[in-house]
Design a protein around this ligand. Structure first.
Ligand SMILES: [Zn+2]
Length: 494
């Protein structure tokens, strides 16, 4: 009763209520005006200046009112995970879904616990997952390079905390170890034995538009095409070497049940792509005691110590070197390479290393600098936000998401400014050569050569995918709490 104002106060209350309503509007208008002003200035300022590594005071203050959406994955971000999405159709599914798939590679001296810690999985969850996994694996050791497929859901209000919904390891196609999160928040281990047989088929196509889509149109699963593109991307400059109409063939291993059901639409075994001046091929192989990976026909691992481009699906919009300034008329050094990509596209660590810097850095906007060796570093500018767990001092794996494409700092549109440092000097990232590839030898090499001979013959003679079965529909094989249609193990190797 005492809370109610006396009747005589009514008009006054109405008046102040009206003002209270208007106040935020006035405040918002002020903010909008500031942001507009900032945008206008940012538009004037041009990217070349950022490249000179000067820190213009204007740009630093402009970076503060970040006109970005709040943290948390949005549908646009998920679109960026093109290499992770099992099927293109998945992208147009429930927009409310904030969970995402992540495939990490076990490095030398690595543990699952450390891997999960790096992506900010809470300690209690890590402990339980690890315990369940130990029971499943029965002291079996995981090989370096083994793929760990995760389905992650960020914790509401704590975007830096990653909740693991499922973890899957599949050292052999027929054996899968799963740790799944239950509704009550506990974890449960499960070993799946896939009683299926394999069948080798071939998909032939011609590149029309994106290579991935061309493969899907020809009957290959999206995940296999993604693996193919990723295996080639260490060697092929898709910008310069790929043209419309170029032919490709991929060899797939399908998993089929005894009654002919396609359990897995096809794991990539080998693939061949004709380029303008050469033909490239990759072959899947698992050396004795090692992890499964792709190799050139000469038996060299396709994996380099650095990715050629720190993003999937991007195009170079500005190269390294002296660049004429369109407005001011003078030339300036562009210390990196610009890749245009959709806002929110994940940016990947080009190589394993440590985060040296993660934060606002003048004209670079939101910036991450990685140190890979005492001589080599990489820099990433204009991000919209940082990847989970990215802060100075933490270690990152090659291919780990360190941030998302944005347009912060002096930038005229969403793009990544990517730099490569050798002894603190910026060098052209696209021309760096890394002869740090593992080559097969001894028994592995002779086994590889035999297998390669077989695969090359099958690339020409295996039954065409369309001739053996009706269009393969991926089937959910696990009880992983994924969105409908998602088959976690298809993401393996992506
Ligand atoms: Zn740039």
């Amino acid at each position: 009763m005492t809370d109610l104002p006396p009747p005589s106060d009514q008009p006054g209350t109405t008046q102040s209520a009206t003002f209270a309503l208007i106040r935020p509007v006035l405040f918002a208008s002020g903010i909008i005006a500031m942001v507009l002003g900032a945008l206008l200035l940012a538009h004037w300022a041009n990217p070349q200046l950022a490249a000179k590594q000067v820190e213009p005071p204007v740009a630093s203050s402009l970076a503060l009112p970040e006109p970005e959406p709040p943290p948390g994955l949005t549908a646009a971000d998920l679109q960026g995970f093109q290499l992770r999405a099992p099927e293109p159709a998945a992208e147009v599914e429930p927009p409310s879904n904030d969970r995402y798939e992540l495939t990490l590679r076990l490095e030398k001296g690595d543990t699952i616990d450390k891997m999960l810690d790096d992506i900010d999985v809470p300690a209690a969850d890590r402990k339980e997952i690890d315990e369940k996994l130990q029971v499943l694996l029965k002291k079996k050791k995981l090989a370096v390079g083994e793929q760990i497929s995760l389905i992650i859901q960020p914790v509401p209000d704590q975007p830096d905390v990653a909740r693991v919904l499922s973890l899957s390891i599949r050292p052999q196609p027929e054996r899968e170890y799963l740790v799944l999160r239950e509704d009550d928040g506990t974890y449960r281990g499960e070993e799946k034995v896939h009683k299926v047989s394999t069948r080798i088929v071939r998909v032939e196509g011609e590149r029309q538009g994106s290579l991935q889509q061309s493969g899907v149109a020809a009957g290959a699963p999206s995940a296999a095409m993604v693996e193919f593109i990723r295996a080639l991307s260490y060697d092929v400059d898709f910008q310069r070497e790929l043209k419309e109409g170029q032919k490709f063939t991929v060899l797939l291993e399908q998993l089929v049940t005894s009654d002919g059901k396609v359990m897995h639409p096809g794991r990539l075994l080998a693939g061949e792509l004709r380029l303008m001046k050469r033909t490239v091929a990759v072959v899947r192989f698992r050396p004795q005691g090692g992890a499964d990976g792709f190799y050139t026909l000469q038996g060299e691992s396709v994996v380099r110590s650095f990715l050629r481009t720190p993003m999937d699906a991007s195009r170079v919009t500005s190269r390294f070197g002296m660049r004429g300034h369109p407005i001011l008329g003078y030339s300036a050094m562009h210390t990196g390479v610009d890749f245009a990509a959709q806002h929110g596209t994940p940016i990947l660590a080009a190589g394993a290393g440590k985060v040296k810097m993660a934060g606002y850095n003048g004209g670079y906007g939101l910036y991450v600098r990685l140190t890979h060796t005492d001589q080599i570093g990489t820099g990433y500018g204009h991000m919209s936000r940082l990847g989970p767990g990215i802060k100075p001092g933490v270690s990152v794996r090659q291919g780990q998401v360190i941030g998302f494409v944005g347009s912060t700092g002096m930038s005229t549109g969403p793009h990544l400014h990517y730099e490569f440092y050798r002894g603190n000097q910026p060098v052209n990232p696209l021309t760096q050569k890394f002869a740090l590839r593992a080559a097969l030898a001894g028994k592995d090499l002779s086994r590889f050569q035999g297998l390669t001979k077989e695969y090359l013959a099958q690339l020409k003679s295996a039954p065409h995918v369309g001739d053996v079965a009706p269009p393969a529909k991926p089937q959910t094989q696990t009880k992983a709490p994924a969105k409908p249609g998602t088959v976690p193990q298809l993401a393996r190797g992506e």
